[in-house]
Design a protein around this ligand. Structure first.
Ligand code: DQA
Length: 145
């Protein structure tokens, strides 16, 4: 099973950006967690991060017929990007949305998620472990082929 993990803007600044909200784990720590999780579960896990909306749309399109599932944290584009929502709908790959912080307890503008309108599950407020939880969920649901 092949899973693609996509992260949006400023996720590469984890550990530096607002540690009171996003925690002290760095982006490198997240990538290490993805590697460990892939080894433990016997999955191929690839990752992509961009600060650019169109690059994220391109990456979702490129995933068509290549990946079995997507884990996506669109970061700030969560709350604005119809283009990312439409790309997810276009490729129709099972997807789980992850947010490191508990967006439901934050500002009003963070209460809408466009990507979340496609994703079958949202994991929020679990720190970087949310990515591992999303991968475990996707393996349990879709990993039998
Ligand atoms: C985030 C929450 C978003 O509101 C924010 O813009 C981010 C990160 C999270 O992982 O908690 O950049 O997606």
């Amino acid at each position: 099973m092949k899973i693609l993990v996509i992260n949006g803007p400023n996720i590469n600044m984890l550990g530096i950006r607002e540690p009171g909200i996003y925690g002290k784990d760095s982006y490198g720590d997240l990538l290490a967690l993805l590697t460990t999780t892939g080894q433990e579960l016997g999955l191929q896990i690839d990752h992509f991060q961009s600060n650019h909306e169109g690059a994220i749309v391109d990456t979702i399109q490129d995933a068509y017929e290549k990946y079995d599932a997507i884990v996506i944290n669109p970061a700030a584009y969560t709350h604005t990007s119809v283009a990312i929502l439409d790309a997810l709908k276009a490729v129709s790959i099972p997807a789980v949305e992850v947010h490191i912080s508990d967006v439901s307890a934050r500002e009003a503008f963070r209460q809408i998620s466009y990507a979340g309108m496609y994703c079958e599950k949202t994991i929020k407020g679990q720190g970087i472990d949310g990515y591992r939880q999303a991968i475990v969920y996707l393996k349990e649901k879709y990993g039998c082929h």
